[in-house]
Design a protein around this ligand. Sequence first.
Ligand code: DER
Length: 234
Amino acid sequence: MSDLEKAKINASQRVVSEFIEDKMILGVGSGSTIALAVRFLAEKIHKENLHVVCIPTSFQARQLILENNLILGDLNSHPKLDLAIDGADECDETLTLIKGGGGCLAQEKVVASCAKRLIIIADHTKMSTNLGEKWKKGVPIEVLPCGYTPVAKKIEENFGGVAGLRMAKMKAGPVVTDNGNFILDWKFPTDVTFDWKSTNTTIKMIPGVVETGLFVDMTEKAYFGMEDGTVLSK
Ligand code: DER
C-alpha cells in the first residue's frame, strides 16, 4: 500500500469515526478517497447497526452505496441532509476547494448545498495556501455541450488563462458527465490573485455554464492524511 493511500485511509477513518451517527441523512461524495471512506462507513454502519440514508453525488457514488449494502436515498425523498462527506482536488487556506477532477462537481455541489455540514477528506497533496499551487489541471466547469466554445472564450476573455475541453481517455471525443454535459478545465493565470467568490459568481452567470468546481464558503472542515501518518484538520 502506498503512503498516499495510507494517508487517505487515515483521514477517512478519522472522519467516519467522528461524524457518522445513527439516523443520519448522509451525502456521499465521489472519487478515490471517498471510495476508501465508504468501506469504513459500511463497516461502522453494519457493525453498529446504524440507520443511515446515503445520498449519492454521482453514478460512482451510487454504485459504492449499493455495493456496500448501504441504504440508497435521493434528494427527492431527502432534500435536507445532516452531513456530506467528499474529496477535493485542492483546498486552500480559506477552505475554498477545487473539485471536479472526477467530473462529478455538479451533483456534488447540489448535495453539499443541501447538507448542514460539508466535511472534506483528502491527503496532504491536496492542501495548499492558494489554489493552483497543487492542482495544475485547472478549475473544472460543467457546460452544456452546445455552448462549450463560447463559454470557453468568455472565460478566457474575462479572466485570462485557457479553458480546454476535457477529452476522454477510453472513449473517442470529450468526457460526458453523469448529467450529459461537457467539462472545461480552466487553467487560470497564477500571477493573478482571484476573489474566488466573485469569480465563481461571474462564471456561473455565463449562459451555458451548468456549475463550477469552485466550492466557496461551503466547507466546515477538511481532514488531511499527512505523510507521517497523522491527520490534520483545518
Ligand atoms: O471529482 C471530485 O470532485 C472528487 O471529489 C475529487 O475532487 C477528489 O478525487 P480523489 O479523492 O480521487 O482525489
